[in-house]
Ligand binder design. Structure first.
Ligand code: DLL
Length: 433
């Protein structure tokens, strides 16, 4: 039996969806033109008037938006509503300490919660279920996103947040969580920890998990399903567009249905910017056709995916995106946190260190571990071990303050890191997911 949250939309005809999308796009473009000076200027530059957009098919006439546009207008410059209408802001990491700030009106929180509630329902959640939320709460959208979704569904949110795995295990047992939401790597870690503690996952009521915020493979899915004795569902989202719930997996586990009545997707060739047909992988682009506070036009996600309108066995007609294959920029996702190598470089240089460094990412016990190797100057190298260790600690603290996650800092001998004749190889990602 399929469990839909909004069956009228999730199983709507293509014509009906197109009509909704067209009406919302027209309204959104007018809103952007009137209330976001950045968009008015962009539209003026290409001679586009809101009246030129008559249906969703006209979307290709609109310009793209990129992350840098959000940074250039930091923090609230792209908001289309006055402060009084905002009820929440979230933020994700930026390159030089500047975050990407996103805002929501009451209406925006409502459609985001509805979108993520569809994800919960698709994973079989109903009223009366305990939803164990181990995504981080805070500026990151994961925790609060699923939290509001659980409440919207009428289920019970358990706001555990991330970390403290012993407490997670205790709650899983004592409260009898039915559905868990966290990053897939944390799910693997919880599975291992249960095993190590001699707790049989088959005896827990837990029956499903909703995992996203980072790329994960089919093999990881199998491992998680086995170790936690559950069915594992993928969920996709990004803060700029809403947060978790932009797209979600159904019981077919073959791609994620996009909430396209709110977030209109396109796949483009990242080089030519041409729109690509169904089934062809390229860069995923979203237009927020239902949002008030931050209505981004054709936002380039840098995630590589493909769309498919093929009929889905679950009965949903919402278009699906295939599992993201990676990114077309250099952003790393470490324990669910977005990290740009340029942020790390900024910290290193601001502390007066040499500009020769290498970032190594490993996965140990199913957790991401980041090591930053930095070459010492000859002067520092000839100093005592104690001075070198103090330096390492200083960099570690600064790195933690900027990135929000800890890294292992290793100061290495001068001229010991490999030199490259072309682009420097700054990142070695040993995670094979
Ligand atoms: O990660 C929102 C989220 C929270 C999604 C909880 C799912 C669950 P950001 O921190 O802005 O937002 O990071 C967004 O994470 O552009 C992708 O590169 C990556 N990502 C998110 N979900 C998936 C997924 C949240 N299911 C960036 N598979 C996105 C692969 C994902 N990558």
């Amino acid at each position: 039996m399929q469990n839909y949250f909004t069956p009228d939309i999730e199983t709507a005809s293509r014509d009906y969806l197109t009509a909704i999308q067209s009406a919302r796009l027209i309204k959104m473009v007018e809103n952007c033109y009137k209330h976001v000076p950045f968009y008015k200027q962009k539209f003026d530059e290409i001679g586009l008037l809101p009246g030129d957009i008559k249906s969703i098919a006209d979307i290709t006439k609109l310009p793209f938006t990129i992350k840098q546009d959000l940074r250039d207008n930091y923090p609230f410059g792209l908001f289309a509503v006055p402060k009084e209408k905002l009820v929440r802001v979230h933020a994700s990491s930026g390159t030089t300490g500047k975050q990407t700030v996103v805002g929501y009106t009451k209406h925006d929180i409502s459609i985001w919660s509805e979108s993520a509630a569809r994800a919960l329902a698709a994973a079989g959640a109903t009223q009366g279920d305990y939803i164990h939320i181990s995504y981080g709460y805070g500026l990151f959208t994961g925790g609060l996103g699923l939290h509001y979704a659980a409440e919207k569904l009428g289920a019970t949110a358990i706001p555990v947040s991330s970390g403290n795995t012993n407490r997670q295990m205790q709650i899983l047992q004592d409260f009898g969580s039915d559905i868990i939401c966290c990053t897939p790597s944390y799910a693997m870690y919880i599975g291992e920890s249960l095993k190590a503690a001699g707790i049989d996952s088959a005896k827990l009521p837990l029956r499903a998990g909703i995992f996203g915020a980072e790329a994960w493979s089919e093999n990881m899915r199998k491992e998680i399903e086995k170790s936690l004795n559950i069915k594992a569902y993928d969920i996709y989202g990004l803060s700029e567009i809403a947060g978790p719930g932009v797209a979600f997996e159904c019981s077919e586990q073959k791609g994620m249905h996009i909430n396209e009545d709110y977030f209109y997707p396109e796949i483009i060739d990242p080089d030519t910017l041409e729109v690509l047909p169904d089934g062809v992988f390229g860069e995923l682009v979203f237009t927020c056709i239902g949002k008030e506070a931050l209505p981004l036009v054709r936002y380039r996600t840098h995630d590589i995916s493909a769309l498919t309108h093929e009929k889905c066995g679950c009965g949903r007609t919402l278009v699906k995106m295939l599992k993201p294959k990676g990114r077309c920029d250099d952003m790393l996702i470490i324990r669910g946190v977005n990290v740009f190598p340029s942020q790390i470089e900024h910290v290193i240089l601001s502390l007066g260190m040499e500009p020769n460094y290498q970032i190594v990412v490993d996965r140990k016990n199913n957790l991401d571990v980041m090591t930053v190797k930095i070459e010492m100057s000859d002067a520092l190298f000839s100093d005592s071990v104690r001075v070198i260790e103090e330096q390492e600690k200083r960099i570690k603290d600064a790195m933690h303050a900027t990135l929000g996650i800890s890294a292992i800092i290793k100061l290495v001998e001068p001229r010991s890191l490999p030199r490259s004749e072309g682009k420097a190889v700054r990142v070695i990602d040993n995670r094979h997911i």
